[in-house]
Design a protein. Structure first.
Length: 115
């Protein structure tokens, strides 16, 4: 809980005061301290050309048919390099069959299977 205002709001909505604790503002410094990956390193690892357009699709665990249709359409384009990054929920439940099938379109399509 960020502060007294939020605690009071939850108590007004029916939470017991002893169940709501003010912990302060969340820390974002760990996010800022992360070193970003170098684009050229990513391209080398994926065996992609920096001269081609590259599309990253980070999915969500809903609308599977939508993502499948969009990814298949992009994968047909040999002038576009496609990176598919499934949601961690999909990875944990091994819901990757459609993505594995789409990856077979060629070397211009890559599936990132880990978080």
């Amino acid at each position: 809980m960020f502060g007294k205002y939020e605690k009071d709001w939850y108590v007004d909505k029916g939470c017991q005061p002893e169940q709501v604790e003010i912990t302060g503002h969340p820390r974002f410094d760990l996010v800022k301290e992360r070193t970003p990956l170098q684009q050229d390193l990513i391209f080398r690892k994926l065996n992609f050309s920096p001269a081609k357009k590259t599309v990253l699709v980070a999915t969500q665990p809903f609308s599977e048919a939508f993502y499948s249709d969009v990814l298949k359409t992009i994968a047909k384009r040999k002038d576009i390099q496609l990176i598919m990054k499934p949601h961690p929920w999909e990875i944990a439940r091994n819901r990757l069959n459609d993505y594995v099938s789409i990856e077979r379109a060629g070397n211009h399509v890559k599936l990132i299977k880990r978080n």
